[in-house]
Design a protein around this ligand. Structure first.
Ligand SMILES: Cc1cc2nc3c(=O)[nH]c(=O)nc-3n(C[C@H](O)[C@H](O)[C@H](O)COP(=O)(O)O)c2cc1C
Length: 209
């Protein structure tokens, strides 16, 4: 199968947030769809901490990200786990109905699980009722295609849309130790002030894999 065909399914880029017993947490999710006027469906990997927190709390928020979203939001929410850090520590938030949402977003939906969860080998497919929602900033929504084409962003293995990275012809491939961004080719040929396009760390943060 030519997996590139899957890159042609359109998505947005969102932060799904909820709480654990001590703090707010969440992760980047692209696989969200509106099922009806008051119901959404979303797919979250079993390995993601957000999966178990959504199952426990049942209530969560979806923050809709824009094309000019703060550069820290995708690295923090998409490449780190809430098991190891407090993701909202450095991110501006607003509390709506007890759930922290991203202030620098187009807006939010507050949702509650309907109880219907379909389990695949790797992901849980959640169905949820929309309880509330509002616009915070009128901006252009970021699509998953924009994230890849313009932001040159990557997706971790836990994203349902992850496609295995291929090495370049020389077989050289480097990974940013902070956000997981994959650089194909010889990074030593980049200028000294080269920075990771996702988390903006210098090239000394890249390791050969
Ligand atoms: C652009 C992008 C899209 C993603 N989409 C999904 C998704 O739809 N479902 C999912 O489970 N993980 C997705 N991820 C991966 C999670 O955001 C990532 O594994 C995160 O670190 C999990 O954090 P947690 O362990 O705190 O839940 C995506 C990541 C990125 C960068």
């Amino acid at each position: 199968m030519n997996k590139d065909i899957l890159r042609n399914i359109s998505y947005g880029v969102y932060v799904v947030s909820t709480t654990d017993s001590t703090k707010s947490t969440g992760c980047i999710v692209n696989s969200i769809m509106q099922v009806s006027s008051d119901t959404v469906a979303l797919s979250i990997n079993h390995q993601n901490y957000t999966n178990e927190c959504v199952k426990k709390n049942k209530k969560f928020a979806i923050s809709i990200l824009s094309t000019d979203v703060d550069d820290n939001i995708i690295p923090v929410f998409g490449f780190q786990s809430g098991r190891d850090c407090d993701k909202f520590e450095t991110i501006e938030k607003i509390n709506i109905q007890g759930i922290d949402v991203i202030k620098d977003s187009i807006g939010y939906l507050i949702c509650e699980l309907t109880g219907d969860i379909i389990e695949t080998d790797t992901h849980s497919l959640f169905l949820a009722k929309i309880l509330d929602g509002d616009i915070l900033n009128k901006k252009e929504p970021m699509t998953y295609a924009y994230y890849h084409a313009v932001k040159k962003g990557k997706s971790p293995k836990t994203a349902p849309t992850y496609i295995e990275e291929k090495t370049d012809e020389q077989g050289l491939i480097y990974k940013c130790k902070i956000c997981g961004y994959i650089y194909k080719g010889d990074i030593n040929l980049e200028p000294d002030d080269y920075i990771c396009p996702i988390c903006k760390k210098p090239k000394s943060f890249f390791e050969k894999i």
